[in-house]
Design a protein around this ligand. Structure first.
Ligand SMILES: Cc1ncc(COP(=O)(O)O)c(C=O)c1O
Length: 375
């Protein structure tokens, strides 16, 4: 029977307690939300919603084609210029998602004969970029610049190291300065995925590369998503103008993909302008993360110290993590639940988003619910 193997895989997944199911999401909910990636609470900000609506009114419901075919709008150009300027890079190119931006950066910058050195804790989209790239990938230990050096030392030819800036599972930060030093020593490029850094790290949320003094360097490329701190949708690659020009010609997820939807571009631009006006939002998200971590630890929970706004709490098993998240939900708190294969070390976790707009009372309530429902 066609696709007969699906049932076999499904059975194995059920036995391991790893089945994923889609849950309906109402337009408004009384749940306290610590599951989304809306770090700055901007997704429903009136200026962001109006940015989306007015862009759709002006430019339509979709981009109508690849920007190389139907042309590039003033809106996309404005977003790219302001985003690059904000993060401290020479140029930017937006994509329909952060996932597509990561595929673009890795595949276009790792040609045949090149080496890609990839952190073992990298996001799935970087991993998939490595899988699609023509170069050869070497996976190295998590947050280990010496391992990157050793890998680069073995290779003769173009090379690039790729790493998340903030790892999505535990919320720990990559040793960016040491990675950049390692790359520079061997003439390699560095690609960093700042999905969880933009809006949270760096001066006023300018991102982890800016915070580490790497933004604008000729050997550093950053990718971002517009779907987390900016509360919109889409992604971007930031870097030297010559790299961005190369992506327009070489990145298949730019060339063969419909351009970023105008509404998403308009929302992201409005959010970016808000962040420029209100830079304290970034520090507030970091402060909420620190407070959440401290209260969880005081309550005896195994929470990882956050470097940005992701707070991770370890669970005894995948089944108990799922039950724990469901019990939190029943008590009015929405939290993320990470299980294999999304966690490289096999340890399941509750994953909390330290939204900058959470009040002290909401933080206390979240910690109380997590503590009361613990397995
Ligand atoms: C580290 C990281 N990179 C990339 C992405 C993909 O971004 P997007 O959702 O915009 O495709 C995500 C999350 O979704 C992420 O956590």
């Amino acid at each position: 029977m066609a696709f007969g193997w699906i049932e076999e895989q499904d059975r194995a997944r059920r036995e391991a307690g790893l089945v994923r199911v889609l849950r309906p999401r109402p337009a408004s909910s009384s749940l306290l939300d610590l599951a989304s990636n809306d770090y700055l609470g901007l997704a429903r900000h009136p200026e962001v919603v109006e940015g989306a609506a007015s862009a759709a009114r002006t430019w339509g419901g979709g981009a109508t084609g690849s920007r190389l075919v139907t042309g590039t709008t003033a809106l996309h150009a404005e977003l790219e210029s302001e985003l690059a300027g904000f993060c401290g890079f020479e140029a930017a190119l937006v994509f329909s998602s952060g996932y597509a931006a990561n595929l673009a950066a890795v595949t276009a910058l790792a040609p045949h004969g090149s080496l890609v050195v990839s952190d073992a804790g990298n996001h799935a989209s970087l991993i998939d970029g490595c899988r699609l790239a023509r170069g050869t990938t070497q996976v190295v230990g998590h947050a280990d610049p010496d391992a990157v050096r050793k890998a680069l030392a073995t290779h003769d030819g173009p090379a690039v190291a790729v790493s998340d800036t903030v790892f999505s599972v535990d919320g720990d930060a990559a040793p960016l300065a040491a990675l950049a030093d390692a790359c520079r020593a061997y003439g390699a490029g560095l690609i960093v995925d700042d999905a969880h850094g933009l809006g949270v790290l760096g001066d006023g949320g300018r991102g982890a590369p800016q915070g580490a003094g790497l933004a604008g360097r000729d050997d550093v490329v950053a990718t971002v998503t517009l779907s987390k701190s900016l509360g919109a949708q889409g992604g971007a690659v930031l870097g030297p103008a010559r790299v961005v020009a190369h992506l327009v010609n070489a990145a298949r997820t730019f060339i063969f993909d419909t351009g970023l939807a105008p509404a998403a571009a308009g929302a992201a631009l409005a959010a970016l302008r808000l962040l420029v006006r209100e830079p304290e939002r970034a520090a507030r998200a970091r402060a909420v993360a620190a407070e959440l971590h401290e209260r969880l630890t005081t309550a005896g929970l195994d929470a990882v110290r956050p470097d940005a706004a992701v707070v991770s709490v370890r669970a005894p098993s995948a089944e108990e993590a799922v039950r724990w998240a469901a019990d939190c939900r029943a008590a009015g708190l929405s939290v993320g639940c990470f299980r294999p294969p999304s966690v490289p070390d096999g340890i399941s976790r509750l994953r909390l988003t330290a939204r900058g707009d959470l009040s002290r009372e909401q933080i206390e309530r979240a910690v109380r619910v997590i503590g009361e429902t613990r397995p």
